[in-house]
Design a protein around this ligand. Sequence first.
Ligand code: SF4
Length: 375
Amino acid sequence: MIESTEIVEKMTYNLIDLNRKDYLKNNNLNKNDIKKLVDKAYETQNLAEKELMFLLEQPLRHLGYLLKKADQKREEVFSDEVHLRAIIEFSNYCRQNCYYCGLRKDNQNIERYQLKKEEIIESAESAAKIGYKTVVLQSGEDEYPAQEIAEIIKEIKKRTSMAVTLSLGERDFGAYKLWREAGADRYLLKHETADKKLYYKYHPGMSFENRIESLKYLKNLGYQIGSGVIIGLPGQTKKILAEDLLLLKELDIDMMGAGPFIPHQQTPLKDFRRGTVEMTLKFNSLCRLLMPLVHIPATTALGTIDVQGRQKALKAGANVVMPNVTASSYREKYQIYPDKICISEDAGDCRQCIGSIINSLGRYVSQNAGHSLKI
Ligand code: SF4
């Protein structure tokens, strides 16, 4: 049996001499080679950077086996259960200026809003009433007082049995601690890209090191942590995506979100091409094989660029969907990227619609909070 490193070496060598079409024709770069790497990932949860790059490099039409094994692994770990996380986007104020994001502070063409404490708690209560088991409190990097957020968390915990996830960007370490003590269960903080050069290019004034330190600190505090990337950021390479996968593994995350880059007209990246469904599916399925226990959402961004995007992700390793339960009057003002789906539906309709999508795939909505399987 050929060793997987040999396969990569063989491919790298041959690719120098042959273009891809000839190479495929000459049947060395064939499905068996892909299968060996996928089987290695499936069995050992480990692939080297070059092996990951090789798989990310392949066209999706040759990766049916990868998607199938990711789906199989998902089924082994989570059965057919799909967890729903209800998102409340409670403020679109942000002090940062990320190049790809419609909420960036320099965007003057956006009506800013901030929900009041009681409105947030009531939205969470409504989400619990229609069956959600987790609420995600999400905002830009707002200056919402840390103490008030702590009170909101406590109140939600008192009035409902939901798990509380925070997605509030980078805040000071004291705030992370305060919120954990108030009862928050999880924290989402995407690292966006493992490539420092790219990170600094698109995140002016921010620190990659602080982001990673924040994730480690959050984990030490006992949060279940989530991170993730934007697929198709201009300048991103297969090598960078392979590094992303290895970094996520190293951080020992509990949740991973990867959605395609979608250019927003009010940002410096408005003229770049969006990320692809294909690459997002490859990344998600590799993530499932390398990190079997991790919760992976079928992202709304993927559903935005492909009407079947979330279904495709659910069939390629994903086990979570994150419907929006923010009052519809605010939803259109929270556009990190444009043309987001599910903007005008009310929370109850969304819940029904998502339930039908999940059932149509032969899966079912979980009735538990869907905590990390690592705890
Ligand atoms: S990505 Fe987050 S931190 Fe960056 S501008 Fe958008 S909301 Fe702010």
